[in-house]
Write a protein that binds this ligand. Sequence first.
Ligand code: AMP
Length: 286
Amino acid sequence: MMQVIQTISELRGVLDATRARGGTVGLVPTMGYLHDGHLSLVGRAVEECDVVTATIFVNPLQFAAGEDLDAYPRDLERDRALAERAGCDVLFTPSQTEMYPEPMRTEVTVASLSAHMEGAARPTHFAGVATVVAKLFAIAGPCRAYFGEKDFQQLAVVRRMASDLSFPVAVVGCPTVREADGLAMSSRNVYLTDDERAVAPVLHRALTAAAAAVEAGERSGAAVRAQMTATVAAEQRADLDYAEVVDAATLEPLDELRPGATVRLLVAARLGRPRLLDNVGVTVPE
Ligand code: AMP
């Protein structure tokens, strides 16, 4: 039976007891409205850890005024059933007052990694993410924590935060889970109208075509950016926010794609109401 826990002290008690008897802890932070992407993280945690905790918390700190905090999709009963079926041992569903009993005066920011791409579009977003993840790490204690490559910049921010602050947490990145037509799964995909949903795979198409160009010998970051931009621009409904070619480790934009380099291609576009994000990795051939 999966345990549903709402308080920090009870979760600490369960996870401390797990470690005291020699068990390992897996942590899967989410904002709920679970889909197969989230459940793949749970599945990996179940393979690698003794007690798996998924957390569901729609974190107000990472939403700016005017963003979709109130409209963000929620369905706790469904999430509960999906998490249990996926093998979760504990579901942590704290209230806002449990997480933030007083206005937060402390903020965790990860410089430089948070500045461009998503950070440029949403200037306060990554501080909100880094702060809540630091808090979840402090609550959970020593563990392995699972994050999706779907949010590649977020994964880099979280990794760096955990390392800079010496959290006893191994951050594990997991591959993006997609719909059959390539669209990356996201809780926000429910905002898409049927027409927008039909167009949405253009992001993945732009990324895979650009990755194929790199594999076929393209060595100019600007050319790869231009190719992705043109693919997305061909769809009238899609409003491209950025198309980037970066070093996969540092997230620095690349102009010259050197042989052997590990590169990440990232795009973000607004499609009707939601902004969609996607990315793929490619290694520049020798
Ligand atoms: P969210 O609930 O959107 O904040 O996502 C919670 C976690 O699930 C984050 O680590 C995301 O990167 C990850 N995630 C979301 N969508 C996917 C996906 N399609 N494939 C893999 N991981 C995902």
